[in-house]
Design a protein around this ligand. Structure first.
Ligand SMILES: *[C@@H]1O[C@H](CO)[C@@H](O)[C@H](O)[C@H]1NC(C)=O
Length: 261
């Protein structure tokens, strides 16, 4: 038979363990899995031009951009977002990735006119890349960006969708058909984000998230939590898009490219 004191001690002990663990989770930069995020750049471009979400940025779509482009590799916790901005002693250095830049210009572009092409890379590095340093495969800047490019080749949504006759066009597709095409490739649940017509009568696919374990095997994504868009003052990203989950029911566009020249 337990005494009252024993019960109290037991509760205190359990709370202590949980509390310590929660504190450790938060203060350390521990994370559980990776969200690898790619964008359909034409839709991202429409969103950038949308004054509501972009503070009057203007997008440019050049002919070198022809497929899904990288947003980032995001270390994430099962119980929410982040961690973010884990190591400001390792700032973004363009010199580490000069041999990747030609490809990154096409596959990891900053679409905003009048901002440095490196500003997007710098943002992804400081916010997410510095949190991945504790994984051998991502333990320096060059590996982080090279991995982004490798995953872009592996998750080639353009061809995956094309195989199901889903192509950038004026056609309106069923979201379920797009999801099915991609998930039959990933063998795991993805998250899909859209931009929406002003009257909410239809949507356009803008972003796909695939979830990966620390060995880069696909795992099911959980339904997306809303991102908390807090940026520290030293992160000078010009634009921080937060897209909404696609509606399962609205007709879905896969916007064709409209190049500027
Ligand atoms: C964005 O705005 C620029 C400048 O008005 C325009 O040239 C471009 O076609 C627009 N892009 C999209 C996708 O709306």
């Amino acid at each position: 038979m337990k005494t009252y004191t024993q019960n109290i001690l037991q509760v205190l002990f359990i709370c202590g363990v949980i509390g310590f663990f929660a504190l450790w989770q938060r203060s350390s930069n521990a994370w559980d899995f990776i969200v690898y995020t790619q964008q359909w750049p034409e839709a991202a471009c429409v969103d950038i031009n949308d004054t509501k979400s972009s503070h009057h940025h203007i997008c440019t779509m050049t002919r070198n951009i022809q497929t899904w482009t990288i947003h980032g590799i995001w270390p994430s916790r099962f119980d929410g977002d982040g961690p973010f901005y884990c190591d400001n002693s390792y700032p973004f250095q363009e010199s580490e990735i000069t041999n990747l830049e030609n490809i990154m210009d096409n596959k990891w572009p900053n679409l905003i006119i009048g901002t440095a092409k490196t500003s997007f890379w710098k943002h992804e590095w400081t916010k997410h890349g510095t949190c991945a340093l504790n994984l051998l495969d991502l333990d320096c800047e060059h590996k982080y960006f090279k991995m982004g490019l490798d995953l872009n080749k592996r998750f080639d949504y353009k061809h995956i969708l094309e195989d199901r006759n889903i192509t950038p066009s004026e056609t309106r597709y069923k979201l379920a058909d797009m999801r099915e095409a991609i998930e039959s490739f990933t063998k795991s649940k993805i998250n899909m984000q859209c931009i929406f017509a002003k009257d909410k009568s239809e949507q356009a696919i803008v972003q796909v998230e695939v979830c990966l374990d620390k060995k880069f095997n696909t795992i099911d994504c959980k339904t997306r939590y809303k991102a908390i868009g807090i940026l520290p003052s030293w992160d000078d990203i010009p634009y921080n898009p937060v897209f909404e989950s696609c509606s399962e029911n609205l007709p879905t566009q896969y916007l064709p490219f409209r190049y500027v020249n």
